[in-house]
Design a binder for this molecule. Structure first.
Ligand SMILES: [Zn+2]
Length: 236
């Protein structure tokens, strides 16, 4: 069993070295994902603003066309007024001219408001487009950096864990399963003991456990933090 525990000690040391690499490997894609989500949000905002601008522009074109028609109507009303032959016709024609003129004024005011809106929205859109460009560049750069870092971490991980499978083959399957279960639950499967205190949870072992740990004849679990307590002498 001592040979198995020595193999397990090596595995625990490898896993401990790989843990930080694993943590970083897990966090990197999440970071890139968050940047991509931000980028998608900006793109949606920009698309919505572009849509609003297009709507305002098409409304403006419609109103401008209406104004043109009204101006034609105004010219017609004025000509009618000029050709009026009696007072009644003059009054009626002038009323018509006044009414058309009012609606021309209304359209002109509406057009001015629309122009202001279009100008404002165009400015916002320009600003947003610049922000989006910047975000896109950052996202691309960060993705590339993360990709390179991931490759680097994976290479380090391969180095750190080289030979692990061979060691696992040397350990009893039940012991290995136990170690992996603990590791899955607490991130750390085993801890090295060089005193009467558990190096993982800092609590004192009961005396009979200390003896068991020192004899290295079986895997011993810390009764407090449940990590496998491996005697430091198992470390080669
Ligand atoms: Zn403990």
């Amino acid at each position: 069993m001592r040979d198995q525990l020595i193999a397990l000690a090596k595995i625990a040391e490898m896993d401990s070295s790989a843990r930080e690499l694993d943590d970083e490997l897990r966090s990197l894609p999440a970071k890139v994902e968050a940047l991509k989500t931000d980028l998608a949000t900006l793109e949606t905002l920009l698309a919505r603003e572009q849509e609003q601008l297009d709507e305002a522009k098409s409304l403006r074109a419609q109103r401008a066309e209406e104004l043109r028609t009204k101006n034609e109507a105004l010219a017609r009303a004025r000509s009618k007024s000029a050709h009026a032959t009696n007072m009644k016709e003059v009054e009626a024609a002038e009323r018509e001219v006044e009414a058309v003129r009012r609606s021309v004024r209304d359209r002109e005011e509406e057009l001015a408001t629309l122009d202001a809106t279009i100008e404002q929205k165009s400015a916002i859109l320009k600003e947003r487009a610049a922000q989006l460009e910047e975000a896109r560049a950052i996202c691309e750069e960060e993705s590339k950096r993360a990709e390179a870092r991931i490759a680097e971490l994976e290479a380090q991980r391969r180095t750190v864990l080289a030979g692990r499978d061979e060691l696992v083959a040397r350990v009893d399957k039940a012991v290995m399963r136990r170690y992996e279960r603990i590791r899955e639950r607490f991130k750390v499967g085993a801890t090295f003991i060089d005193s009467e205190i558990c190096s993982a949870c800092n609590r004192a072992f009961p005396t009979q456990l200390l003896g068991k740990i020192a004899r290295c004849e079986e895997p011993v679990e810390c009764p407090f933090c449940h990590k496998l307590a491996l005697h430091v002498s198992l470390r080669e």
